[in-house]
Design a protein around this ligand. Structure first.
Ligand code: FAD
Ligand code: SF4
Length: 451
């Protein structure tokens, strides 16, 4: 039985000199050969692992026969943005985890096959949008991340007039300001945004709902509102010295790099490029911040309070970071940021693993007398995010959960009539595919409720 095919990568020594995409995907020959490894299992265990239930063996059989348009049509039934999901979904914990080929040669590379199909279509086909019959109803979508975009596209296809209100000056949410170019090219996002515009969706930027306009204002102009404003409020360490210059949340750091060209010396908000950058955290966001800092010329160390095998980041991202010479210090926790006005070093403590906590993982506990300092010119905190309270503080009758997420029923209806919510704002910080899936289901609920 053949082993799983590997994709090509940019050489590590070149990767850190450019923001270009590092993972190059499959060429046609490799994609077809990889598709041939699929056993077309009757029970379809891989589908059970997919958060949106894509007919995986179905599209792979079409790919095997080089029927790329059919393969794409199958994927698109379930996933709004295959080129994006093929790149950023944690397939190793979803579909690929359940693939029977794990027992012989490795899981079928489902994500890379999805990426191949989407890229092939974009390169070879001019996607045309049929004229859509309008249904006379209008929906406001708050936020242009994957949840908002998926909801908007699905609504537009169903004949709604859709207006997306976005707080920032660019669209796409985390796909634009968070995930860096070396993992997700902006060209791909622009293509998805163009598709959305072809569907007639109107995009309005620089409108912060909760300040410029409220949800109640939107309900005067529109028949319904979908809230997909994400979870962009960073969680900090809560330690002494954290407000010194040179300490950033990962979100702010990545936004400066991705949206505000902060690496140009002439930028309004430049960031330090050389020196020692320390990133705290073990998730995808930490890996993105570390790899971005490396590309700007810094010497980067990631510190994480647990061990490597407990890191929530995708295995692929950790491997890329290691190849790019990013250093890791595990079982280490910062206790103080030291400096005068600027950060100069971080006082850390060693940790060891104790009894399991509520998550089932062994809880890290302090090792007595293990304090030590790490030199640091810039500290990036990547400990997670929660929803921004601006909509909560300006909308009376929407129920929120204790953690600040919006309460909805299973069809994404909030407690306020004609208001729906999905994505990170409703689930807490999660994944692109879950946000996209929620947006799509919410659009179907709006259709059922309004038409
Ligand atoms: P968002 O993408 O956050 O979009 C929300 C949008 O709403 C933003 O554009 C925001 O500006 C706008 N907004 C906020 N408040 C308002 C307001 N009041 N009025 C108007 N607009 C508003 N997931 C993966 O699956 N794979 C990955 O590899 C991955 N990597 C990640 C890397 C980083 C750096 C980050 C931060 C996240 C990553 N994620 C990843 C998580 C994933 O990106 C999110 O789960 C997903 O983007 C959530 O989508 P969303 O539409 O709910 O919110
Ligand atoms: Fe193909 Fe793996 Fe799914 Fe079986 S489990 S149908 S081999 S992708």
């Amino acid at each position: 039985m053949k082993n799983r095919h590997e994709q090509k990568l940019i050489a590590p020594e070149l990767a850190t000199t450019t923001f270009k995409e590092v993972a190059l995907g499959f060429d046609e020959e490799t994609a077809v050969a990889e598709a041939e490894r699929c056993l077309n299992c009757k029970a379809k265990p891989c589908v059970k692992g997919c958060p949106v239930g894509i007919d995986i063996p179905g599209f792979i059989q079409e790919l095997k026969n080089k029927n790329y348009i059919n393969a794409y049509t199958i994927i698109k039934k379930y996933s709004s943005f295959p080129a994006i999901c093929g790149r950023v979904c944690p397939q190793e914990n979803q579909c690929e985890k359940f693939c029977v080929r794990n027992r012989s040669g490795g899981a079928v590379a489902i994500g890379l096959l999805e990426r191949f199909v989407a890229d092939w279509i974009y390169e070879h086909e001019d996607i045309k949008v049929e004229k859509i019959k309008q249904n006379g109803k209008s929906v406001a979508v708050v936020g242009s991340g994957p949840a908002g975009l998926a909801c908007a596209c699905e609504l537009a296809i169903k004949g709604f007039e859709v207006v997306i209100y976005e707080a920032l000056h660019e669209f796409g949410g985390v796909l634009n300001y968070g995930i860096p170019e070396f993992r997700l090219s902006k060209k791909l996002l622009d293509r998805e945004l163009d598709e959305a515009k072809k569907l007639g969706i109107k995009f309005v930027k620089n409108v912060l709902i909760g300040r410029t306009l409220t949800i109640d204002n939107l309900l005067v102009e529109h028949d319904a509102v979908f809230i997909g404003n994400g979870a962009g409020l960073p969680i900090f360490l809560g330690i002494k010295g954290e407000n010194l210059n040179g300490v950033y949340s990962a979100n702010e750091y990545l936004t400066r790099v991705n949206l505000m060209n902060a690496y140009n010396d002439s930028a309004v908000t430049p960031i330090l490029k050389k020196g020692n950058v320390v990133v705290v955290g073990g998730g995808n966001v930490a890996m993105d911040a570390a790899r971005a800092a490396k590309r700007l010329g810094a010497n980067v160390t990631v510190i994480y309070r647990r061990t490597k095998d407990a890191m929530p980041a995708r295995a692929e991202e950790i491997a890329h970071a290691e190849l790019e010479d990013i250093k890791f210090q595990f079982l280490t926790n910062p206790v103080e940021v030291i400096g005068d006005e600027e950060v100069e070093s971080i006082k850390c403590i060693r940790m060891e693993l104790g009894e399991p906590d509520a998550s089932g993982r062994r809880r890290p506990v302090d090792v007595p007398n293990s304090e030590h300092e790490i030199k640091c010119d810039q500290l990036i905190v990547a400990l997670g995010t929660r929803p921004n309270p601006i909509i909560r503080s300006t909308t009376k009758d929407i129920k929120f959960n204790d953690n600040g997420t919006i309460y909805t029923d299973e069809r994404y209806r909030t407690s306020k009539n004609k208001v729906y919510a999905g994505g990170d704002a409703q689930s807490g910080a999660a994944t692109v595919i879950l946000a996209m899936g929620a947006g799509k289901v919410a659009a179907n609920t709006i259709y059922e409720d309004l038409i």
